[in-house]
Design a protein around this ligand. Structure first.
Ligand SMILES: O=C(O)CCC(=O)C(=O)O
Ligand SMILES: [Mn+2]
Length: 197
C-alpha cells in the first residue's frame, strides 16, 4: 500500500500521521549506526504472574533530567540527551509542534523481538498525548486495534527513516503492537519521543 504523507491512518478517534523517508537514506544509515553503538542499551526484566521474564527487546531511556517515567512496571530515570538524539528531536519537533521531554528507545534484535498490544496512556503523559515515533533499520509492521470495537484494525510498515506522529485520542481509543515475525532477520531501532508532565 502506498500511503500519502500526512494522511491519517486511523478511521476514527485519534490521529496517526505517517511520513516515510522523513530522514534521507544517508542520515538514516548514520543515525542507525551511531544509536546502535552509542546508546546504553539494557536488557530489562518484567514481572508478571509470579514469574520474571526478559523484555523481548533492548531498551533505553533518555531525556530532561528529573523526569522519571514508569513503563511496563519499570521505573526509568533518563540518561542525558546525546547529540544524535537532539538532532532527531529538533527535526521532528518542527512537525509535532511540541517540545518533547524524553525518549524511549527500543532495539529489536530481529523478528523474535516484539512489543505486545498496549497503549501509551500512562498518567505522566496526560490527556491526548503527542508521541513522535522514529524508526531506523529493518522494516516492521506497526499494528493498531480499536480498544472497544476489536474488528477495527489498521497497520503500516515502519520503514528505515520513517516518522509517525500519534496524537488526539489515539492512545485512549487504540492499542498498538509490533508482533513477532519469522520474516525479519535484521535489527531495528525505534524511538518514541514523549512529553512527560
Ligand atoms: O517499535 C515501535 O514502533 C513501537 C514501540 C512502542 O510502542 C513503545 O515503545 O511504546
Ligand atoms: Mn507504544
Amino acid at each position: 500500500m502506498i500511503i500519502k504523507p500526512n494522511t491519517n491512518l486511523l478511521p476514527q478517534e485519534g490521529e496517526v500521521l505517517f511520513f516515510p523517508d522523513f530522514f534521507n537514506f544517508e542520515d538514516s544509515n548514520r543515525l542507525f549506526k551511531s544509536l546502535t553503538d552509542n546508546i546504553e542499551w539494557k536488557q530489562e526484566q518484567i514481572k508478571g504472574w509470579g514469574k520474571v521474564n526478559p523484555v523481548p527487546r533492548l531498551t533505553a531511556w533518555y531525556g530532561d533530567s528529573g523526569k522519571t517515567y514508569k513503563y511496563s512496571g519499570i521505573s526509568h530515570t533518563p540518561n542525558p540527551w546525546t547529540k544524535e538524539l537532539l538532532e532527531i528531536k529538533n527535526k521532528i519537533e518542527k512537525i509535532a509542534k511540541v517540545k518533547f521531554s524524553s525518549v524511549l528507545l527500543n532495539l529489536y534484535r530481529d523478528g523474535k523481538d516484539s512489543v505486545w498490544w498496549h497503549s501509551d496512556d500512562e498518567k505522566e503523559l496526560g490527556t491526548n498525548p503527542v508521541i513522535g515515533s522514529v524508526s531506523f533499520g529493518a522494516s516492521r509492521t506497526f499494528k493498531f486495534q480499536h480498544k472497544e470495537d476489536k474488528s477495527l484494525k489498521t497497520q503500516v510498515d515502519l520503514t528505515h527513516g520513517s516518522f509517525v506522529l500519534m496524537q488526539g485520542e489515539t492512545q485512549h481509543k487504540w492499542n498498538h503492537a509490533i508482533l513477532k515475525t519469522k520474516k525479519v532477520l535484521l535489527p531495528r531501532i525505534n524511538l518514541t519521543f514523549r512529553v512527560i508532565r
